[in-house]
Design a protein around this ligand. Structure first.
Ligand SMILES: [Zn+2]
Length: 492
């Protein structure tokens, strides 16, 4: 069985999850489900990044222990599984033993490229990264708009420079494929500007005693990125050189990371370089999404515009259709947000999509077709024969557009293709007016063909929706069988 490896980035756990991370993990979930449908053996990984200074500081502010803070928030991230209907296979916390062991093993495997030196630099705790002066904007971190801290220490460094040409070639030749091209070019131009060795440890004192010890030097903690990135292989059992590590990483040429645009340098440069140093194959592809804003602005506590996925799902789910909240959130993020660019959430836009596309578009069509089939007492065992050539052509073309869109990670275009088929069916119903024909009950054969065609299309629509809206898809298929029409998305 073909293997497929997929990961999300590990979010920091200094806050509870917001809708921005939901976007990433839902995109990844669609990819995972699609590959399972294609018959591949999928390993889909997510988890939490718990060794950062941010967590130490957030815990101090709250007056709780770091351990307590990370455990509480990690649990919330795990709970996304249920409310967003996620299908990840493993969830790794970077405070787990399996991660610590793997992270130290990787350090030792990179040892020939690690050296110690005195260093002075500007560090942004938000990014957990050093900045060069010319990378700052008016002296502020371009990502956080905060002033970085001056750090002067003796730390360990990794010889990144050594891998400059090899990385460039891997990325240029798409052996590490970066999607979209704009991000690929961004990485290449960063490499072309000249790489520098990176600082990969900090004093245990500066780390607040939190983090993973540098092997053989307990006075130093491993830099949180060097530690966290190794999660991608640690979850597979790298520390024990386990079977999953062999199958899903070492021998597998389909390894994909999904990440946000702010952390591309870590994933496209540092991480592959670490792996090359350790003589482990690098990932094969990196898919980079944009940011989700709320009301046109970055989600932030001070602006009070953070969208809580738990509240959102609860608000739009109902007793009669509990899947409506989950699938409406999945649908909105996949359809409204351009997959590789920034997109915006507002309740207004959300409700508009819900009403027009889900309650009306998909919900209406399903209800009409299933009700027609019931009234007409259509025999389902024979409906496949009732697909005329024009219908088959349209459905076939939709599958083509759909698959092409998904191969390119264009989730929105995949959904647009499905909704075009929905509109095609709506126009067909308007033209053929099966309701009137039902009243007349004259041309039975013709009616049979109309309903057969519509059932054929609806079944295909439900199949195409499987990776996107898994529960809704299942519900439609069940209703087709039982001929009991129940609203999929009650009107707001
Ligand atoms: Zn920053």
């Amino acid at each position: 069985m073909k293997k497929f490896y997929l990961s999300t980035a590990l979010p920091y756990v200094n806050y509870a999850p917001h809708l921005g991370f939901a976007l990433e993990i839902i995109q990844a979930d669609v990819i995972a489900r699609l590959h399972r449908i294609l018959g591949e053996d999928v390993f889909f990984l997510t988890g939490t990044d718990e060794n950062s200074l941010k967590n130490v500081r957030a815990a101090a502010e709250e007056g709780v222990s770091v351990k307590e803070l990370v455990a509480r928030n990690a649990e919330k991230f795990y709970e996304l599984k249920k409310i967003l209907n996620l299908s990840f296979d493993d969830f790794i916390r970077t405070t787990e033993e399996r991660h610590k062991r793997g992270s130290q093993k990787l350090w030792l495997a990179c040892k020939k490229d690690i050296y110690k030196k005195k260093y002075r630099g500007l560090y942004c705790v938000g990014c957990e990264e050093f900045y060069k002066k010319d990378e700052l904007e008016n002296g502020l971190c371009p990502e956080h708009k905060t002033k970085p801290e001056l750090v002067e220490e003796e730390n360990y460094f990794f010889r990144l420079i050594k891998y400059q040409e090899q990385l460039k070639s891997l990325i240029k030749k798409d052996e590490i494929r970066i999607v979209p091209d704009t991000r690929k070019n961004e990485v290449l131009s960063f490499i072309n500007s000249g790489l520098q060795d990176i600082c990969i440890s900090r004093s245990a004192e500066r780390a607040g005693g939190w983090g993973i010890d540098v092997p053989g030097d307990p006075g130093q903690k491993i830099w949180v990125w060097f530690d966290a990135l190794s999660n991608y292989i640690n979850a597979l059992g790298y520390s024990k050189n386990g079977k999953k590590f062999q199958e899903f990483w070492q021998k597998n040429k389909k390894k994909l990371h999904t990440i946000g645009k702010g952390i591309i340098r870590f994933h496209a440069i540092y991480w592959p370089a670490m792996l090359l140093s350790a003589k482990i194959p690098p990932p094969n592809a990196i898919f980079v999404h944009g940011y989700l804003t709320s009301g046109g602005r970055k989600m932030s506590k001070s602006l009070g515009n953070i969208i809580d996925p738990f509240e959102l799902v609860k608000k739009y789910g109902s007793a009669s259709s509990p899947q409506a909240g989950t699938d409406a959130v999945r649908y909105f993020l996949l359809r409204e947000i351009p997959p590789t660019e920034d997109g915006d959430f507002t309740y207004e836009k959300f409700e508009q999509r819900y009403n027009s596309d889900l309650a009306k578009g998909l919900g209406n069509l399903a209800a009409r077709v299933i009700t027609l089939a019931k009234i007409f007492n259509f025999q389902f065992s024979i409906f496949n024969k009732f697909s005329n050539s024009n219908f088959q052509k349209v459905v076939k073309k939709t599958w083509g557009d759909y698959r092409k869109a998904l191969d390119d990670f264009k989730f929105n275009e995949g959904l647009i293709a499905i909704w075009e088929l929905i509109s095609f069916c709506d126009r067909y119903i308007e033209k053929e007016r099966p309701w009137e024909q039902l009243k007349l009950k004259t041309k039975k054969e013709k009616l049979k063909t109309i309903i057969g065609n519509l059932l054929f299309a609806l079944t295909n629509i439900a199949e195409m929706l499987k990776p996107f809206l898994p529960e809704t898809s299942e519900k439609i298929l069940l209703q087709i069988k039982s001929r009991k029409s129940e609203p999929l998305f009650p009107r707001l």
